[in-house]
Design a protein around this ligand. Sequence first.
Ligand SMILES: [Zn+2]
Length: 179
Amino acid sequence: MTPEQTERRRLYMAEYRRRPGVKARQLEQERARRQKRTPEEKARAHELKRLNTQRRRDAGIHTVTLLPRDEYERLFRAQRGLCAICRRPESSKSAKGRVRRLSIDHDHDSSRSRALLCSRCNTAIALMSDSPEIALAASEYLRWHRKVDAANRLQAALGGHRVPELSRDAAERMQEALA
Ligand SMILES: [Zn+2]
């Protein structure tokens, strides 16, 4: 799989798991699988889990975010608990109905953590292939159509109805970004 395919698959699976009923079905399958384990398998799984938790605790790593606890909290304070793109707090909820934490956005090439993002913005930039050019083209597209709508409302108020042409400059930039 190419990195794009891997990323698309990851996003699809994340979306799939949020569909109604999927979580419950997965929990049920997991429960059935656990019940079929031999006592040895159970003991081994238990020991592995204990070791893993201990290792993370020793390293001072936050179990949910997999980032050192103080590092996550430093970022969270610096961003005043808001997404670095939309400047809004996280709104999406977990299956248990709890508001999620802001996600740690990573540079996919270097794995360096960049900033905390809400799940919507995190998904949005991944879907735009982390490309500033595509994000800019999307921004210009939205700005342009907002202008078209305003112009149309004005035209309609004046009795006519006409969609203005896309400016050459904007059209060229969009084509460049998408090429
Ligand atoms: Zn956001």
